[in-house]
Design a protein around this ligand. Structure first.
Ligand SMILES: Nc1ncnc2c1ncn2[C@@H]1O[C@H](COP(=O)(O)OP(=O)(O)O)[C@@H](O)[C@H]1O
Ligand SMILES: [Mg+2]
Length: 373
């Protein structure tokens, strides 16, 4: 009899070991799946866990990783709980837990076996391994993207400085002669109309080239003591006409007595123009454009807000990448914001965007209050 009992319990113990080992084996297989997203892998592991435990049907599992939670269906908390931290390079990233509700009559010889404590630790190590690997891959990817971006910037810089100079001259002629031709007496209406189109197109091209040259830092910055309110005030006159055309109400809230900054006024003007053009283009059916200045102890801010289309997360992520544009050819070049970014950072400033799809966008630029050095 005795031998029977012990062989029974040896058999039960063996069964448990087999369950645990096959669970670990299955986990190792999921962890090796490079075609699965981390979230799918973690959910897969959670779903595998209960069957390795003594009472699979009343065992619930949960993995918490940063702010993500993965659980088996109908997960319930219980004071009967085994857990192990997920540590990547010594830093706690989350926890693996297994819970067994205690009120079950079936349970006689303790809810958890000793080996199950080891098992959960082994599972946590597997999870840590896959999390660590995925983090390293993401870092590598990001670095690669940053390098590519830097590469692209350098290429654009070299290309544009040459091309821009070459184009500037013929473009000047086109524009100049178009303006002369427009003044020709007795010009048929259609011809005048066509010439105006040539004029508008060359003005647009000139703007593109100016942005390119700024982008390639061809135009050297000439810093002096500048009042941001003056820049906005001078711009208002030009913006008013365009706002009228777009059926946009223009408001300005300029903080009085704003401190001077050490900046290139032409570049500051370019920042303002680029932001205003974007704002107007985002409000084809009218809206409200607000130009605001503010001061704090160490910074002055320029805020350009619109009540236009707003931006999706996808657009927000790519805003400052050169040539990224959602606009039609002739409408956008994708250089406006990279130029803004370049100018602002070269002035030691920073930039902030808030945008809600369908509600509008607000760009905030902060520039350090500066004494002329
Ligand atoms: N105020 C805004 N509202 C909505 N979208 C904007 C705004 N400003 C910029 N964007 C988005 O950012 C993109 C990049 O802007 P920008 O660098 O100025 O290039 P471009 O205006 O030539 O497309 C735009 O194509 C547009 O999708
Ligand atoms: Mg633009």
């Amino acid at each position: 009899m005795n031998t029977d009992i012990s062989s029974n319990s040896a058999e039960a113990a063996l069964r448990e070991r087999v369950k645990e080992l096959s669970c670990l084996y299955d986990i190792a297989r999921i962890v090796g799946r490079h075609d699965m997203a981390l979230s799918e892998i973690l959910q897969g592991i959670v779903d595998l866990l209960p069957r390795a435990w003594q009472y699979p049907e009343i065992t619930y599992a949960r993995i918490v990783l940063a702010d993500q939670i993965y659980t088996t269906r109908d997960f319930r908390e219980s004071s009967h709980r085994l857990s192990s931290d997920i540590r990547v390079a010594g830093i706690k990233k989350g926890i693996v837990e297994v819970c067994c509700p205690e009120e079950n009559a079936k349970i006689t010889n303790g809810i958890f076996l000793e080996e199950e404590g080891n098992l959960i630790e082994a599972v946590a190590r597997e999870v840590a391994f896959v999390v660590g690997t995925r983090e390293a891959e993401a870092d590598r990817e990001k670095l690669h993207e940053q390098l590519q971006h830097a590469d692209r910037l350098a290429t654009i810089g070299i290309l544009s400085s040459g091309v821009a100079h070459e184009l500037n001259e013929p473009l000047g002629s086109i524009l100049g002669y178009a303006q002369l031709a427009k003044k020709c007496p007795g010009l048929p209406r259609q011809a005048k109309h066509d010439i105006e189109k040539i004029e508008a197109a060359s003005l647009h091209a000139r703007e593109v080239i100016r942005n390119l040259m700024l982008f390639a830092r061809q135009a050297p910055s000439q810093k002096k003591s500048v009042n941001l309110n003056d820049i906005v005030q001078e711009g208002l006159y030009f913006f008013a006409a365009r706002c009228n055309k777009y059926d946009v109400a223009l408001a300005h809230l300029l903080e009085p007595g704003i401190p001077y900054i050490n900046a290139d006024p032409a570049q500051m003007n370019q920042v303002l123009v680029n932001l205003v053009v974007n704002a107007l283009q985002a409000m084809p059916d009218g809206g409200q454009l607000t130009l605001q200045t503010k001061k704090s102890k160490s910074h002055v801010s320029l805020i350009v807000s619109d009540t236009g289309s707003g931006m999706t997360d996808d657009v927000l992520e790519n805003l400052f990448i050169p040539f990224f544009t959602t606009k039609d050819i002739g409408q956008g070049t994708g250089l406006g914001l990279p130029v803004v970014h370049g100018i602002v950072t070269s002035h030691g400033g920073s930039l902030n965007v808030k945008s809600v799809v369908g509600r509008g966008t607000s760009f905030e630029i902060h520039l350090p209050v500066g004494k002329l050095s």
